[in-house]
Ligand binder design. Structure first.
Ligand code: B12
Ligand code: SF4
Length: 475
């Protein structure tokens, strides 16, 4: 059986009016479709008779027409499509294109969108199956049922047009080590680049799934309440595989890589013991027990940068977003990172519910005072199924369920996506101001020049910075 997986082109973003974010996204690189890789690799191992192909349209710069040609040439029996809510229109366009080539090709929708809108998706004409949740086992069972003429309507995690009445439960994989390591050879793995790593090509890893926290702006909550981990041995084996491909820079995209400090220590010990030459970035909360000892060990094991979700410098807002970061601790951790030589990256949001203009300015200044190496500022917009969005619908701060309307008809972009009680012009202005104030300081430019990084990366960053500066100046 021939299976084609498609990561759709990124052409029709739901919030396409946010120009600054769009420009930064275009400039910052591209990352492998890890979810697809996990599913495809599990299938490759468990049903070796399948012929598998993966298309990563944004990375390979493929249009919908190119995708159609590939479908015509490869003639798959099944096409699996990645669905992300914010690029829903593109995912449907892929499904429609596949059906235009041959309506008998079976289409399967999977990915983060299906964790929150599975039933809306199955009711569209172009989709035959939805995988509800983490898909390795369910997708493999689906293919097995198609090969062996079994009834797919009874498979856990598979929603069809004929089993909608069933009690469906979102699927989680509890023992991550039962999975198969993503086989990056299924992709053109040398094409992946990030403009903040030391050099390229890069790859990404996810060594745990889920998050134990409950930030009110986040919609991962629906997806993953329980944190599950790959063992240190599994992680290090995967790193060794990556090194064997000639890749030297890895980004760990776990929600919180340092959630289990003991495991981080074990991973670092193994990397050091096996003398693996790898540079890595990870994401962490700044109030985990990140003391000098563990940060030094992470540095020794190749940790180059840590990304912290700091969001706001206002303690009152830390409570409102249910993040509760101790900002003094944030300062302490960032300082230790600097002392041991780990670069720091802080995410911030402007325009949180009830935030004043002065509080937004304080957040911008706080990011500068922390001496971070990178600080992207996003304008807060309530995500579908996040606590903020759901509560605002209930108390009528948000008057209509615009995410649901968009999900029903994703050809129409969302226009009013900011928190309704804020002045949009001020938010837009402050977002550009934050970007310029942080990145175009003489001290920051000097620091960037001396940052340890390949010359190629420095040129890329400089070119992107100039482009972004010119676009923000003309905005
Ligand atoms: C890495 C990452 C990125 C990277 C790389 C994306 C990429 N190429 O995969 C970058 C930084 C580029 C990025 C961009 C964006 N991202 Co992002 N990203 C992530 C992150 C942190 C990890 C993704 C990952 O690899 N997970 C690990 C894998 C194993 O999980 P998974 O992808 O969910 O895959 C499983 C299932 O979903 C399913 N599955 C996945 N694909 C498929 C395909 C088929 C056919 C099948 C059957 C099953 C299936 O099976 C997989 C294995 O169980 C997640 C958060 C998270 N922890 O998942 C957010 C997340 C996916 N991103 C999100 C968003 C909103 C975005 C952006 C829209 C941000 C923006 N405003 O620009 C863009 C969209 C880009 C796009 N076209 O998808 C949301 C998606 C929400 C939603 N409902 O769709 C998430 C969930 C974060 C969040 N809570 O808001 N992202
Ligand atoms: S924002 Fe990060 S820490 Fe907060 S709930 Fe979402 S994934 Fe967890």
């Amino acid at each position: 059986m021939k299976i084609l997986f498609i990561f759709p082109p990124k052409e029709n973003w739901a919030l396409r009016n946010i120009q600054l974010h769009k420009k930064i996204d275009e400039e910052s690189g591209n990352y492998p479709p890890l979810g697809i890789l996990y599913v495809a690799s599990y299938l490759e191992k468990n049903i070796p008779s399948c012929e598998i192909k993966i298309i990563d349209a944004p990375t390979e710069k493929l249009s919908f027409e190119n995708i159609k040609s590939t479908v015509k040439n490869f003639l798959p029996d099944v096409v699996g499509i990645y669905f992300c809510t914010e690029y829903l229109y593109d995912a449907y366009k892929v499904a429609e294109s596949v059906k235009e080539v041959n309506k008998n090709i079976l289409t399967v929708a999977g990915g983060p969108h299906l964790h929150i809108y599975p039933f809306e998706t199955i009711q569209t004409p172009y989709i035959d199956f939805v995988v509800y949740g983490e898909a390795e086992i369910a997708f493999c069972n689906l293919i097995d049922s198609l090969i062996n003429s079994k009834d797919p309507n009874n498979i856990d995690g598979i929603i069809t047009k004929y089993n909608l009445q069933k009690q469906h439960k979102v699927q989680y994989i509890f023992n991550l080590d039962e999975l198969v390591m993503p086989n990056r050879r299924l992709l053109n793995y040398k094409l992946y680049r990030s403009f903040i790593t030391y050099s390229n090509p890069i790859t990404t890893m996810v060594t745990s799934r889920g998050c134990a926290f409950n930030c009110y702006y986040c919609n991962s909550i629906e997806r993953a309440k329980k944190v599950r981990f790959h063992s240190a041995e599994f992680v290090v084996k995967e790193i060794q595989d990556i090194v064997s491909l000639g890749i030297k820079d890895v980004i760990f995209f776990d929600e919180n890589f340092t959630f289990n400090i003991r495991r981080v220590e074990d991973i670092c010990d193994l990397i050091i013991e096996k003398r693996i030459k790898i540079r890595w970035h990870c994401r962490s909360r700044a109030d985990m027990k990140l003391e000098k000892k563990i940060l030094q060990k992470m540095k020794d094991a190749g940790c180059r940068m840590i990304q912290f979700g700091i969001e706001t410098a206002t303690p009152r807002l830390q409570k409102i977003i249910n993040k509760h970061l101790d900002l003094e601790n944030v300062k302490k951790v960032i300082k230790i990172c600097k002392d041991v030589g780990i670069l720091t990256y802080g995410n911030f949001m402007l325009g949180l519910p009830t935030e004043t203009k002065q509080e937004m300015l304080n957040t911008i200044n706080f990011a500068i005072e922390l001496g971070l190496d990178y600080a992207p500022f996003g304008v807060f917009n309530p995500l579908p199924k996040s606590v903020f969005y759901e509560n605002a619908l209930k108390d009528r701060t948000i008057k209509k369920d615009y995410w649901y309307e968009y999900v029903k008809d994703p050809s129409k972009p969302i226009v009013d996506y900011w928190w309704p009680l804020h002045d949009k012009n001020i938010l837009k202005e402050l977002n550009y101001f934050a970007f310029k104030k942080f990145y175009f300081r003489p001290s920051y430019i000097l620091k960037s020049i001396f940052r340890k990084q390949s010359i190629k990366q420095k040129f890329w960053q400089a070119k992107s910075a100039i482009k972004l500066f010119l676009s923000t100046s003309s905005a």
